[in-house]
Design a protein around this ligand. Structure first.
Ligand code: PDD
Length: 286
């Protein structure tokens, strides 16, 4: 599929992505005043759509935006995108902004939101990424204090990921006041003595849909799971480090700031969780 030709949804219309246009006064463009979701689709079935819809509803409440659709409406939109894209594996992106209005920081009255959604073919993480793992670098978390909202104001994430790129790494591992938070666009998982440890689900991280999923996979595989704050030295000295996101699924991080994490190879806990992850995806096949 040639992506600019793919069909997207904009404010009630289906049209080619290259023809979709919004006003320069859109508050998403002017202020980053909007929220979004990214949903993976396997075998033409959205994975954990209800969880994404619940998180989206929470984001709308947290920023005081009226949700333009109910769950059935979003679900029909997602089905429409899956059919139009046609690929077996896709990822669906949607964003809703506070609409088009005269530039003024306070919310405009009576302005309809801008609703945009598209689907792209999804190439799952490569064999090399799964078997060789990723490189990461540490960085102070310089984002705002409401990282729990899936906001389109992503400058902090953009600068963090660029930092990784400039340091020949795939992701950053961020620390706020010395404690682990998350990656630029992923959640982080530490393994110590066979236990998977995640930072708490507070305002300092986005609760990924894979956060709950990994907790379930730990349960299914008999892997102990704990939530606690981890200091930078503890992360540096851990046995295994992993990240999760809709697009990267679950992947091992094998070097941190150029030094090996544990053995410097994807570890056994990653192996177990990756197998359980793949099995859950395969269960979606007809
Ligand atoms: N990002 N933390 C942040 C800051 C993220 O941006 C993401 C996902 C996650 C993982 O969430 P989930 O498991 O629901 O994908 C955690 C998406 C993929 C993105 O912005 O493209």
């Amino acid at each position: 599929m040639d992506w600019p030709q793919s069909t997207c949804y904009l404010n009630g219309e289906w049209l080619p992505l290259a023809e979709a246009k919004i006003s320069v006064l859109d508050r998403g463009f002017i202020f980053g005043d909007g929220i979004y979701e990214v949903v993976p689709v396997y075998y033409r079935r959205p994975f954990r759509l209800d969880h994404h819809l619940a998180r989206f509803e929470r984001s709308t409440r947290e920023i005081g935006l009226a949700n333009p659709f109910d769950r059935a409406g979003w679900s029909a939109m997602v089905d429409g995108l899956i059919d139009r894209c046609g690929d077996q594996n896709q990822f669906i992106y949607w964003q809703v902004t506070r609409g088009v209005a005269k530039r003024d920081f306070a919310f405009p009255a009576g302005t309809p939101p801008t609703v945009f959604a598209m689907s792209s073919p999804f190439t799952r993480p490569s064999r090399e990424q799964r078997e060789q793992g990723l490189r990461a670098v540490t960085r102070a978390d310089e984002r705002w204090l409401r990282c729990d909202i899936k906001s389109v104001s992503l400058l902090g994430a953009v600068l963090a990921r660029q930092f990784a790129t400039e340091h020949h790494a795939d992701e950053v591992v961020q620390f706020r006041d010395g404690s682990l938070t998350e990656g630029s666009s992923s959640n982080m998982w530490v393994v110590r003595n066979g236990t998977v440890i995640a930072p708490p689900r507070d305002r300092l991280i986005l609760e990924g849909i894979r956060y709950g999923f990994v907790a379930e996979l730990c349960d299914r595989t008999g892997t102990p799971f704990e939530v606690c704050r981890l200091r930078q030295e503890e992360v540096k000295g851990c046995d295994e480090l992993m990240l999760t996101s809709a697009t990267r699924e679950i992947l091992p991080i094998v070097t941190l700031d150029g030094k090996p994490v544990g053995s410097g190879r994807p570890g056994p806990v990653y192996g177990k969780l990756r197998a359980a992850y793949d099995a859950a995806i395969e269960a979606l096949r007809d």
